[in-house]
Design a binder for this molecule. Structure first.
Ligand SMILES: [Zn+2]
Ligand SMILES: [Zn+2]
Length: 344
């Protein structure tokens, strides 16, 4: 029997379909990356002059911006979806609303090494990438025109990556994206009746049951959510209540890096280099909202940051687009067991 499961945080349903049960080797989708050699790659050290000027970098001491010596480098996207120069004005024609394409679109080049990625990064390399995310979210939060900063990664052509050199992206928007708003509203609603944070409760329950846990360290837990919409979907979140990823201390960054590295190495082994996306949902910077007074009241208590990893091994189709429900052919219990038991 298949089973519909309610995904509380995202306010949608997943259809766990065990009679279509698929195990890791039933997903022959591997991350195909272009075989562009380093000589033709725009993100190589020594080619800093052909990219836009860097916004931020973690560098060897004594090295100059836009020169080699960086470990992580952030540049504006050459073909941005949104631009910081465009005015964030709202215009309307009858029923159609428009806002100028205002925002920021940045590329985080995660490593100078053309052939490395999260699957073979060292602990230290993952820490530097997460530190970069933290610093960029903090810095962009200072721009009052920006209401949300979304960090995400596309790995593999099937997950939307067009350049193979390991990178992630940051898009800052003048409004809070709909999915984030939904998570905020669901968390607010739960807190209003229970006076507890939803994700804190979810983590406590999962750590008691243990059947969907993939990995844990002192501070961070990795698990396959109860109503996973996608096969091998994973959530990474702090065990102690934390609203903002960007407020993580250096010590916490180390433990988040350990958990993220474990999750992605396990995914690599279990599914043989699958394409994937991940994103961070964190508390937005506080802004006055004429439409919603008190919008941020209590958010520090009811919102809990998390990273979601979505392997791109199943293709959402007509049913998913039409219903907003997702058919997931691998139960999160089966997925967690594989990911937990994989030999690294
Ligand atoms: Zn490269
Ligand atoms: Zn919490």
């Amino acid at each position: 029997m298949s089973e519909l499961r309610y995904n509380y945080l995202w306010d949608t349903w997943s259809v766990i379909a065990p009679e279509r049960e698929r195990r890791p080797h039933d997903y022959p989708v591997h991350a195909y990356m272009s075989t562009v050699p380093p000589e033709k790659c725009p993100f190589e050290p020594g080619k800093e002059r052909i990219t836009p000027h860097e916004i931020f970098a973690i560098r060897e001491p004594g090295t100059e911006p836009d020169s080699p010596g960086w470990k992580v480098r952030v540049i504006p996207n050459k073909y941005p979806a949104l631009r910081i120069e465009a005015p964030p004005e709202r215009k309307g024609t009858c029923i159609y609303d428009r806002v100028g394409g205002f925002g920021a679109h940045e590329i985080v080049i995660e490593t100078p090494d053309h052939y490395k990625t999260f699957y073979n990064f060292s602990q230290k390399e993952v820490e530097l990438v997460l530190t970069t995310y933290r610093e960029r979210i903090k810095s962009l939060s200072g721009d009052k025109r920006i209401s949300y900063i979304l960090v995400f990664k596309n790995y593999g052509r099937d997950a939307g990556a067009s350049i193979s050199h390991s990178h992630s992206q940051i898009i800052a928007t003048p409004q809070i994206p709909e999915k984030v708003e939904r998570v905020i509203e669901q968390s607010r609603r739960y807190y209003a009746t229970k006076r507890r944070c939803y994700l804190c409760d979810e983590i406590n329950l999962e750590l008691n049951l243990m059947d969907r846990i993939v990995y844990e360290n002192e501070e961070i837990v990795v698990y396959c959510p109860f109503a996973s919409l996608f096969p091998f979907q994973m959530r990474i979140t702090p065990k102690r209540h934390r609203a903002s990823f960007q407020e993580s201390t250096d010590e916490e960054i180390k433990l988040i890096a350990d958990a993220l590295r474990q999750a992605l190495k396990r995914l690599y082994k279990a599914l043989v280099n699958p394409p994937y996306n991940f994103f961070i949902h964190t508390k937005p910077p506080e802004r006055e909202r004429a439409d919603r007074p008190n919008y941020f009241k209590g958010m520090e208590s009811f919102f809990h940051w998390y990273i979601e990893i979505i392997p791109r091994i199943s293709i959402p189709a007509g049913f998913e687009f039409g219903s907003g429900y997702y058919i997931n052919p691998t139960s999160p219990e089966t997925a967690a067991k594989f990911l937990r038991e994989v030999v690294l």
